[in-house]
Every structure is written in structure tokens, then in C-alpha cells.
Design a binder for this molecule. Structure first.
Ligand SMILES: Nc1ncnc2c1ncn2[C@@H]1O[C@H](COP(=O)(O)OP(=O)(O)O)[C@@H](O)[C@H]1O
Ligand SMILES: [Mg+2]
Length: 209
């Protein structure tokens, strides 16, 4: 089970992780984009922290994050992750805790939100290349009777593999797609930030055990 306090802790820890990885994400974006992804994620999560809802309501917390990301981040990632959090928020209005099944729904809604906003498919060198494997591995682990921490560990491993698997891909969406074949050989910044987001949720749950 994931409590609303743990959801808030996830956002707080992710803000720290994005601050730590600001240079790294920006360097990845410098290779195939415009060198702002680290700044975008750091600025977005800092804004999310400022507005973080203190309510015992997972939907309200996720919605406050969505609004901060949508309104404060100029790059593509703000509206993409904002829509992701909004889709998830809409599933949990008034909920104070999330079951394992709910966390699976959180990941499913996250994938749906990114797809809805970005119209991308897996394999196009985007956020989805780590997020879809994360969702699918969580689902498979849960079907095998794995507990929440174990499901999130499986999701994180899959996200990391998906992130690494973006290196040989040709970018088909966003700024990196302008490079065509020259985008080959570089890890996608958005797939990397999505991995960090999933990994941080895993860490929050693992620390609570
Ligand atoms: N249509 C899309 N669907 C999913 N993710 C996308 C899409 N377009 C771009 N991205 C992700 O956004 C990341 C770039 O984000 P960012 O640098 O913050 O925005 P911008 O491209 O506007 O500078 C890319 O690495 C990619 O993963
Ligand atoms: Mg960029």
C-alpha cells in the first residue's frame, strides 16, 4: 500500500533527484536537443514542491504536481509529464491510499497521459521507451503475486533497460527527430528522466519496508 504521505514524499524526493541530475539530463539533451531538459525537470519539480498539496488526497497531490509542470515548464517535457500526472490524478480523486492494483493503474494512466499528449509509440526514442516497460513489468510482477516493493523493483529495472535501449534508436518525435539518423548513439533525455521518476518511487517504498 502507498499512502498519500508517501506520494508526497515521492514528489519531494524526485525534486531532489532532478536537482542532482540537472547537469546530466541537460548534457543528454545537448547531444540531440537544445540542452534544457535538466533545467526543465528541475524547474518543474521545484514548482511542484512549492504547490504540493498538504491534503490527505492522492488525487489532489498529483493534480497539484500536474498543474505546476504544465504551467512552469516551457519545453515539451512539462506538458507531457503534466498530462501524465493529470491522467493519474483523475483516477484517484479523494483517495487516501493506493493499493498495489492502484499503483499499476497509476503507471497505466501515466503511459496513457504521455501517449495522449505526445502521440508517440514505443520505439520512437521518447519517455515512453522507459515508461511502457516499467508499466508492463509492474503488471507482470503483480500477476505473479509479487509485493509492491518487488513490483516497483521490476518496473525500475525495466525502465533502466528501456532507457539504455533508446541509444541505438532514431528519434521520431520532438526536437531530436530533426536530427534523423544523427540521433543514433545517444540516450534519450526524457526516457532518462522517466526512469529516475520510477526509480524514486521504488526507493520511497523500499525505504518504508
Ligand atoms: N511526442 C513525445 N512523446 C513523448 N515524449 C516526447 C515527445 N516529444 C519529446 N519527448 C521527450 O521529451 C524530451 C525532451 O524534453 P525537453 O528537452 O524538456 O523539451 P524540448 O524538446 O521542448 O526542449 C525528449 O528526450 C523525449 O523523451
Ligand atoms: Mg530540450
Amino acid at each position: 500500500m502507498l499512502t498519500s504521505a508517501q506520494v508526497a514524499e515521492w514528489i519531494e524526493k524526485t525534486a531532489a533527484v532532478m536537482a542532482e541530475n540537472r547537469e546530466y539530463l541537460t548534457q543528454l539533451d545537448a547531444a540531440i536537443g537544445d540542452a534544457d531538459h535538466g533545467n526543465n525537470m528541475d524547474r518543474g519539480y521545484k514548482a511542484a514542491l512549492e504547490r504540493l498539496s498538504a491534503e490527505d488526497d492522492v488525487g489532489a497531490i498529483l493534480k497539484s504536481v500536474a498543474m505546476a509542470l504544465i504551467s512552469k515548464v516551457g519545453g515539451a517535457a512539462g506538458p507531457l509529464y503534466g498530462t501524465m500526472f493529470l491522467q493519474a490524478a483523475n483516477a484517484f480523486a479523494g483517495k487516501t491510499t493506493l493499493s498495489e492494483e492502484d499503483v499499476e493503474l497509476l503507471l497505466e494512466r501515466s503511459v496513457d497521459g504521455i501517449k495522449m499528449r505526445g502521440r508517440a509509440e514505443q520505439g520512437e526514442k521518447t519517455i515512453l521507451d522507459s515508461l511502457i516497460p516499467a508499466y508492463e513489468s509492474f503488471q507482470a510482477a503483480r500477476r505473479n503475486g509479487t509485493d509492491l516493493a518487488g513490483c516497483l523493483a521490476a518496473a525500475t529495472d525495466a525502465a533502466e533497460a528501456g532507457m539504455a535501449a533508446t541509444i541505438p534508436l532514431i528519434a521520431k518525435k520532438g526536437r531530436a527527430s530533426y536530427l534523423g539518423e544523427r540521433s543514433i548513439g545517444h540516450q534519450d533525455p526524457g526516457a532518462t528522466s522517466a526512469y529516475l521518476i520510477v526509480k524514486t518511487l521504488r526507493d520511497v517504498v523500499a525505504d518504508a519496508r
